[in-house]
Design a protein around this ligand. Sequence first.
Ligand code: GDP
Length: 406
Amino acid sequence: MKPKITIISTGHIDHGKSTLVGRIIYELKQQLTNWGAVDISNGNFANFLDQLEEERVGQMTIDVVHSQVEGKKYQLEFIDAPGHKEFIQNMMTGASDAEGAQLVVSVAENEGIEEQTVRHLFLLKLFGINQIIVAVNKMDRVNYSESRYNILCAEIQKIMGEMGIDYSNIYFVPISARQGENVTVKSEKMAWWQGKSYIDTLEDYFTPKEDLSEKPFLMPVQDIYEISGEKIIIGKVESGTLNKGDEIFFPLSGFKACVSAILEFGNEKELATVGDSIGLKIECGDAKEVSRGDVCSKDFLLIPKSKIKVKSYVIGEEIGLNQEVSVRIGTRSSLGKVVSIKEIYDPAKKKETFTSNAEKIVKDNSGELEIELSEPIVGEPFSAYPPLGRVIISSGAIPQAAGVVL
Ligand code: GDP
């Protein structure tokens, strides 16, 4: 089986995200399996797949869509998140595992760089997605002009530079998703283009993620089941490996134990690794003190925190100083209060940064929050350990901001 890479689709609405994914899937399936008795004569690839069609009910993209296709080197999975709220939800869940992103920017007159283009770039940087392929789309609308392509690329690079995005893993490719130019096959209409087709660029330059099985073992606790009087600790392995007999530690309860059995789908196994959803039976300890929200760890001393610093992006109305919030990291939610706000930034307007104390952060702005927690939480800097570094901040049950632990 080819290794899988996941790509999150980003870009301003109507710049061609759905059309591009539809086009890629159509052309790759046709090339690999001669599959293609589908009427695409109107060129509307956005409506090509049933699932994409559903997504476009009423001409509005409404939900997150996962589409998979086999490429030459990889099994490619595209995650399409229509707005930045969905995009953030994705970053916190499925897409947090994405290897990279595609950013679709239309070169057509009156399109180009728009608000969501810039916000998405900012969020990719915030959540550490640094392999990005930029599809300069709708080249047919500018007669496949090399100079129009170069002008737009320079503008995008300027914004990336201002955001501190490192270009070394960023690739630009001119395409027409609708006309199928330079998507999976090099275009004759752009003879000036020295690079590869879009999909060859993506497959040749994107690399699968770092193997987390070499890192220390960590598994956020999802639940504790009791089966025939015996407690079983349930979770999904985020990093490292665990063997039967290993000594484990739960930082929130301060409880140590030995693994007496690893269960998966009701069967016992000797070794658990990244991505496995498992149940643990333990001995020489008492599991009743462990609860959802704790983290099962091995060879890694995690210290629960009662105050955390978060670089956040506000998706609700606002986050204010002294506001009571609920902070979620991994499977744990803790109550807390915002005690300082600084470094406010509006990615789209590039409004100046306030380094001193501020009163609030409004929707679609970013800022650094300090939160004092009434119940400790296990959180680690995102840059060092992503699975314990992503945060959702809610007020009541409503998510107000997302971000990363600093
Ligand atoms: P999304 O909102 O980013 O998913 O954008 P869609 O894929 O729905 O495309 C928006 C509109 O742009 C649709 O009418 C598409 O047919 C059109 N479109 C997409 N790609 C191209 C292209 O390469 N050239 C032209 N001329 N139109 C395109």
